[in-house]
Design a protein around this ligand. Structure first.
Ligand code: HEC
Ligand code: HEC
Length: 205
């Protein structure tokens, strides 16, 4: 049931996000037509990173993290039930990749290795570009982060940075971290414009 309910919630929140950017009392000037167009283009780049296995494996549609480029379900019963029962990711995932401890093919690692909580599962897997864009406008789904908060997170969070230093023979996302941040900032600058459903009124006539 959850994905369906979530889709309905998205449909309801997308127009709200649009209204907020129209608020005349808003201290931030609305983006220009050009900035909105640039944001829509940039979202395609941002999306290509979000849905890469290094990110998506911790942002799955189910209750278990995924592994490898094939994104298979994490072995050894690692899932939200086990987490509720006291399983700690850090029992296996340390602050650095296993290679740093002389262990080939061991668990990858970065500070604060954990899984999105059950009530805000932060699902990227299976979301099309419009749906994931709308989800990023829903602060209940993002753990209270607005667009600037999301930019801050992807710029500095250790789990995000790990994706570009994943250890083993794991692949890295299609853009460099710098290019990803540039695209993300362009998207935020353009009001977080989405492929279709978020209507943003530009500053210019
Ligand atoms: C029993 C040890 C163990 C526990 C506990 C564990 N993991 Fe893992 N995890 C591993 C090992 C080993 C690998 C590497 C396997 C591989 O290369 O596919 C791995 C791989 C992963 C990957 C794949 C990385 C990638 O993109 O290829 C993710 C994501 C992950 N774990 C998340 C978690 C999360 C989140 C938790 C806690 C909820 C957790 N793991 C708990 C041992 C563990
Ligand atoms: C080891 C697991 C793990 C990996 C790998 C990971 N994340 Fe996350 N991510 C999380 C967790 C856990 C949270 C929730 C953090 C919190 O609120 O405390 C999160 C939150 C986020 C958020 C903010 C909330 C939201 O709505 O999604 C974004 C954006 C995000 N991650 C992007 C990424 C990107 C981009 C990558 C890859 C470059 C990535 N993540 C890789 C675990 C991971």
């Amino acid at each position: 049931m959850r994905p369906f309910i979530f889709a309905v919630a998205l449909a309801l929140t997308a127009p709200l996000a649009a209204c907020e950017t129209e608020d005349p009392a808003s201290p931030v000037p609305p983006p220009t037509t050009q900035e909105i167009a640039a944001a829509r283009d940039a979202w395609a780049d941002v999306y290509s990173v979000l849905t890469h296995p290094r990110c998506m494996n911790c942002h799955p549609s189910g209750d278990a993290p995924l592994q490898t480029d094939a994104s298979t379900v994490h072995k050894w019963g690692v899932n939200r039930d086990a987490i509720a029962g006291g399983l700690e990711c850090s029992a296996c995932h340390r602050e650095q990749n296993a290679e740093a401890f002389g262990l080939a093919e061991g668990p990858p690692g970065a500070p604060n290795w954990h899984f999105p909580p059950a009530d805000t599962p932060m699902i990227f897997q299976g979301r099309d570009p419009a749906a994931l864009c709308a989800q990023f406008h829903d602060e209940e789904a993002t753990g209270g982060r607005d667009l600037d908060g999301l930019l801050e997170h992807v710029n500095n969070e250790s789990l995000v940075l790990w994706a570009w230093n994943p250890g083993g023979d794991r692949t890295t996302p299609p853009l460099t971290h710098d290019a990803f941040i540039e695209a993300f900032a362009t998207w935020v600058q353009g009001g977080g414009a989405c492929p279709d459903d978020v209507e943003i009124v530009p500053a210019d006539p």
